[in-house]
Design a protein around this ligand. Structure first.
Ligand SMILES: *Cc1c(COP(=O)(O)O)cnc(C)c1O
Length: 389
């Protein structure tokens, strides 16, 4: 037997963004360093107790121990439809315009299997969540990258996409409020998206993981609020960030019934759905009063104040997020993203994510998360100030 040779799609995967950082982090930790990790976008707070109690009860109920329904528990999909009506004033048919996912990442990664043939083109933002382009390449598709840059408010410029590419493209990914830049999109921008998608017959996949993590009274829109959006696309959503449920693996996609059906067909041949007891807890999360979400926003808002004001006093220029728990900041003059991230790690024991790790146009920036307490953020600021940048 020859040594195992992975498939090309695995061999050609880009190097793991955090591998280098993780190695250094482990070394520093072994030397006893007090590391402040602002790298990972994973809420530090526990899932609210009423949701945990709901799972505990449902987990003990034998009705929920068998295979779940492929498209999701009817009651969960109805709960999602109520959430969209309440929050976005969008009417959804829970029977064919909603599908339950094992976390939205699962749906995002599987969707191209329903849309992309080998050789097809997908329009993918950069910098971005890496799953979009990897999922496209797993299907033999090619990503045409749409740079998100500061001058354009981190929105793609559709007029910069060559006509032949636009016409050949089958799929477009978007994500607002945005990870990693924290940029937000206006209803007018979404109107442009619908127009562009109609002109070029492109299916739009909007990743809306952060619509509930907002500040200062700013209310992020759903893409599906846009007239005509349901004809051209779907939206991915998740309970992960809204209810501190990243480990539970529960999300959903909503919108165009044909696209949802295509995704459902793919999924029914790959997975067998999310644990029914987790879906029951998800119903509790979506249907209960939303005080816990309000408290989460207040917590992140206080942290944002500490970090953003602190970074400014250290001589940096952070973008104060209107939504998401990410702070996107220019690196000081004379540094690249990787150098500066390395400096913060070795001199301050602070982990951040270099912006170019999300794609080349992210070069010159770094991302910090608000997933640590105010004291730790203040400590991080003190250490950065000591660098005298
Ligand atoms: C966290 C995140 C997700 C997905 O989270 P799930 O836990 O899989 O629901 C999707 N998109 C972006 C941009 C994210 O940051």
């Amino acid at each position: 037997m020859k040594p195992f040779e992975p498939a090309d799609r695995v061999k050609t995967l880009p190097p793991y963004l955090f591998a280098q950082i993780d190695k250094k982090k482990a070394q520093l930790k072994a030397q006893g360093a007090d590391i402040i990790d602002l790298g990972v976008g994973d809420p530090d707070q526990p899932t609210p107790s009423h949701i945990i109690e709901s799972l505990q009860k449902a987990a003990a109920d034998p009705r929920y121990h068998r295979y779940p329904s492929y498209s999701g528990m009817g009651a969960f999909n109805e709960s999602v439809a109520r959430f969209y009506k309440r929050r976005f004033n969008v009417n959804l048919n829970p029977r064919n315009e909603v599908i339950t996912l094992i976390g939205s990442k699962e749906g995002i990664a599987h969707l191209p299997l329903a849309v992309i043939n080998p050789g097809d083109i997908a329009l993918v933002p950069t910098p971005a969540y890496p799953v979009y382009s990897v999922a496209v390449s797993f299907c033999g598709g090619t990503s045409y990258f749409m740079p998100l840059v500061e001058q354009n408010g981190y929105l793609p410029d559709f007029s910069a996409i060559p006509k032949d590419i636009a016409q050949k493209a089958k799929l477009m990914f978007l994500n607002y409020p945005n990870n990693p830049t924290s940029a937000v999109a206006s209803p007018d921008f979404f109107k442009q998206v619908v127009r562009f998608a109609n002109e070029n017959n492109i299916i739009v996949c909007h990743d809306a993981a952060y619509t509930e993590t907002y500040f200062d009274g700013y209310l992020p829109p759903s893409f599906l609020e846009t007239p005509g959006a349901r004809e051209v696309g779907i939206e991915f959503h998740s309970l992960s960030k809204t209810y501190n449920m990243t480990g539970w693996r529960i999300g959903f996609a909503v919108g165009n019934a044909d696209v949802i059906a295509g995704l459902g067909k793919v999924k029914s041949n790959i997975d067998s759905g999310a644990f029914d007891a987790v879906q029951v807890a998800g119903i509790t999360a979506l249907d209960s009063d939303q005080d816990c979400v309000e408290e989460m926003r207040a917590l992140y808002a206080r942290r944002r104040e500490v970090l953003v004001e602190g970074l400014k006093s250290a001589g940096l220029e952070p973008m104060s997020p209107k939504a998401t728990f990410y702070v996107w900041t220019k690196v000081p003059k004379g540094y690249g993203s990787a150098d500066f991230a390395e400096l913060l790690l070795t001199k301050c024991a602070i982990v951040v994510t270099p912006g170019n790790g999300f794609g080349q146009p992210g070069e010159g920036y770094f991302r910090m998360t608000l997933c640590l307490g105010e004291e730790r953020l203040a400590e991080a600021v003190e250490r950065i100030k000591a660098l005298k940048l």
